[in-house]
Design a protein around this ligand. Structure first.
Ligand code: DC
Length: 230
């Protein structure tokens, strides 16, 4: 079997997946690719331009007309037509829009090509919902990172409070998290699901640094066993 040089990290929002993926990429000194940021950027920009979230209702033209770029610096991970959206896409309302746009098959197809192209040349850590199942089913290393709804909601609340957003309560966040999980897990195209060969990682009562060190060791061993140089 020919393996892709991808460490696939999938899991629901708030599981710690993004922090783990970013830090793992950093300690391994490989490219970090956040695919959620791509759905968020498309949703944010389409909403800003009042493009209806329907492929034949304007989204097709929108996608054809924009220049989506994924960068390598944490200050500018994602931009559309030169406009750096890295911060703006983290606002609470964008999460819902991203979840809606991610259910449109043509949007997923567009981003599938985009994601495969990005990972062509070098080893990378790619995080998302369907990386180990759909985008890179032959990734050499796969993790499914998760935690309970309570833990994930509490983390999300802390993030929002840190950014000065006090508009949402824990109860509201828990409802949103459950609703988003349901729609991510039950959508027809590329639902959120653990790949059969992915290792389950529960970050609920683990320190993120410990998770990163564990995954680093596992990734190094896997890479060695399939002849991939890290
Ligand atoms: O990881 P995130 O919260 O930034 O993702 C935003 C939304 O995009 C989320 O609702 C799920 C969706 N998504 C997806 O469907 N597939 C991916 N590979 C990444 C994200």
């Amino acid at each position: 079997m020919e393996y892709s040089k991808v460490i696939a990290i999938d899991g629901p929002s708030g599981s710690g997946k993004s922090t783990v993926a970013r830090e793992l990429a950093q300690v391994l000194d490989v490219l970090y690719i956040d695919t959620g940021a791509m759905f968020r950027a498309l949703a944010f920009e389409a909403d800003k331009r009042s493009v209806p979230f329907e492929w034949s209702g304007g989204l097709k033209e929108f996608i054809e007309s924009i220049d989506l770029k994924y960068g390598t610096s944490s200050e500018c991970l994602i931009s559309i037509n030169g406009d750096n959206l890295t911060q703006k896409i983290r606002e609470h309302h964008v999460s819902k829009l991203a979840s809606i746009i991610s259910q449109i098959p043509e949007i997923r197809e567009f981003l599938l090509d985009f994601q495969r192209n990005l990972a062509k040349s070098s080893v990378c850590v790619m995080e998302g919902r369907d990386i180990g199942t759909v985008v890179f089913p032959n990734a050499f290393c796969k993790f499914f990172v998760t935690a309970s709804v309570e833990v994930r909601s509490q983390r999300r609340l802390e993030q929002l409070r840190e950014s000065g957003d006090t508009s949402v309560s824990l109860e509201q966040i828990m409802k949103d998290v459950e609703k988003r999980d349901m729609s991510d897990m039950n959508r027809e195209v590329a639902p959120l699901k653990q790949a059969s060969d992915a290792e389950l990682v529960d970050t609920g009562n683990m320190n993120i640094n410990d998770v990163v060190s564990q995954l680093k060791e596992k990734a190094i061993l896997k890479a060695k066993s399939v002849g991939i140089e890290l």
